[in-house]
Structures are given as C-alpha cells and as structure tokens.
Design a protein around this ligand. Structure first.
Ligand code: 13P
Ligand code: SF4
Length: 310
C-alpha cells in the first residue's frame, strides 16, 4: 500500500469509528500505520485500565487474543472486535487450564499469580493477574512465602529479583516468549553499548535473565515509554519488540532510539493490519465474547490486580 492509499484507508477507518461510536485500543507492538490512528496506545496494564472505563459502543482491539478477551471481560455490555482471529499470543497458549489445574493440585492452598498473557480459562483459576508493569508489586503485596506463577519464566526471574524471600512455582515449567527470545542473552546489546556508550539500555522482562542483567532498567513497554520521555538521556537501546521503537521514534522527537534486535517482530501482533482493521469495523466482526460464567470467574483476579496496583 503506498502512503496515499494508507492515508485514505486511515480516513475511512476514522469515518467508520464515528459512525459506529467505536474506539481503537492499540498495543505498543502494532504496525506504525495502526499506532497513528489509535484512540489509545499503551502496554497491557494501561490498556486494561483504559478498557475498564471506555465510553463507546464498540472496542476494536489492535493487539492479540488475550488482550481482546480481557477487554471483553471488563466490558460485558460492549462489542469487542479483534480484527484477525489468528492474532493469538503463543505464550498464552503455553498454559492450558489443565496444566494449571495439575500444578494447583500438586501445591494445594498455594496462591496463583498469572501473567495477563493467558487465556480466560486459566485466568478464571488464578487469584490475581499481573502484567509486566506490576508483577513484582503484586507478588510483594500478596505477602506469601510460595506463589504459583506463570506462564513467563523470564518475568518470574525478574519478580524473584525484586521479591527475594518468595518461592515461585512455575506453571508451566519453562514458559517463554518466542519474540523476546530473539533478543538473545545480551551479546548484541553489549556491542551496541560499546558503540553508543551514553545510551541507556532498556530491557523488557520477557527477555532472558542474562540480558536483563545487562540492562540499565528492566521495564514494561509503558515503562520504557515513560523512561525515554522523562530521562535526561538522549539515546536509548530498546530491547523488546520492534513496534515499541516505531512509537518512540514517532512520538519522542530529538532523541535516538536503537533497536537491540531489529528482527524482533511479534508475528501474531503483526497479523493485525490496517486492511483487516478497516474490514472488522465495517463488518462489526470478528467479535470476542467471553461466556458469562467464565467471565465472572476471570473478572475477579483482573479487578484484584487493578485494585492492588492503584
Ligand atoms: P507490555 O506491553 O505489557 O509490557 O507486554 C508486552 C507483551 O508482550 C504483550 O504481549
Ligand atoms: Fe505474546 Fe511475545 Fe507476542 Fe507479547 S511479544 S504477544 S508475549 S508472542
């Protein structure tokens, strides 16, 4: 699509949004042409908070399956649309509910904290949800000696570092994100640090522990955005999915953003396109709707997270 066609399609989406009283919630990893037309763009926690108070008839979620599900859980009265049903986070699929139930059975009475990157069936079986922005805070506030935690074991590593007294029981054994694995253990980031000694190295907690250890700051994508905006630093090496760098370059002018790995692209996030977003708005589908009984069970741990991270 050439730039003129892109602008035309963006304008058509704008018209449809007004007609249908819809909002576009967009994750930081989406392609630039979708980021540009977002009503709200952010990380998983910011999007959860936004979804909670949305005043529109329809929410078009430009992100992945578990995010649209969470928006549906928080907004039973609204139509939630995910423009491509194949935009499914592989990490969320790593924790089927039967795996979680088995771990719970092996550790009776131990509370469960689940990363928001899980499907509603698993969320319904946990005590509190967390995101990369508040995982350590949630586990710390829980104040328990043992916690079942999953699916991302790199995020688990990060939590253990900040809440040293706690024992985390992983569910599943070694959950991880394929995209963040592409960032490796930090050799490339160190090379970039040598090339740009003034640059701050910002690393997402879904990255390998060895890379986290080399970071100046380990942050959610929303945390990265705030750090880049507010820091006196002028240049930043960004260790996460490439869409984050697109947003930083577009919105924070006069600073330099260097991707730690330009090939770190999340294929499922990128299954949302401007064209399928347009078609989804036009046709009012595909709709994501969590059945009511399941919704009520999954709602509690999400609300508890929002309450605990105020
Ligand atoms: P945050 O944007 O919440 O940091 O999470 C990144 C991610 O991988 C979402 O799937
Ligand atoms: Fe899932 Fe990783 Fe993509 Fe996030 S970046 S949506 S965790 S696969």
């Amino acid at each position: 699509m050439n730039p003129e066609e892109t602008r035309e399609l963006q304008a058509k989406i704008g018209d449809l949004k007004r007609e249908r009283n819809a909002v576009l919630l967009v994750h930081n990893y989406q392609v630039p042409e979708i980021q540009e037309i977002a009503d709200f763009i952010g990380d998983s926690l910011e999007l959860c908070r936004k979804a909670q108070g949305v005043e529109a008839d329809e929410i078009v979620f430009c992100g992945v399956d578990f995010m649209a599900e969470t928006a549906s859980i928080l907004n039973p009265g609204k139509k939630v649309i995910l423009p491509n049903t194949r935009a499914c986070c592989p990490m969320a699929a790593q924790l089927p509910v039967k795996t979680l139930l088995k771990v719970k059975e092996e550790h009776p009475g131990v509370p469960v904290v689940l990363y928001v990157n899980t499907l509603a069936e698993a969320k319904a079986e946990c005590d509190v949800v967390c995101t990369s922005a508040n995982a350590a805070q949630i586990v710390e506030k829980l104040g328990e000696k043992e916690v079942i935690f999953g699916p991302d074991w790199n995020l688990g590593y990060y939590v253990l570092k900040w809440v040293p007294g706690v024992r985390l029981i992983p569910a599943p054994a070694h959950g991880f994100c394929n995209t963040h694995r592409l960032l490796g253990k930090g050799e490339k980031a160190l090379e970039l640090k040598r090339q740009y000694p003034e640059a701050e190295l910002l690393v997402h907690p879904e990255c390998e522990p060895e890379l986290q250890e080399k970071a100046d700051y380990v942050l959610s994508t929303g945390g990265m955005y705030k750090r880049c905006r507010d820091s006196p630093g002028r240049s930043f090496i960004i260790a996460t999915e490439i869409g984050m760098v697109d947003r930083l370059r577009r919105e924070i002018l006069g600073k330099t953003f260097i991707p730690a790995e330009p090939n770190a692209e999340c294929p499922t996030m990128k299954r949302i396109t401007l064209m399928n977003t347009y078609e989804a708005l036009r046709d009012g589908k595909p709709v994501v709707k969590v059945p009511e009984e399941l919704r009520l069970k999954a709602l509690k741990p999400i609300e508890r997270m929002l309450e605990m991270s105020k």
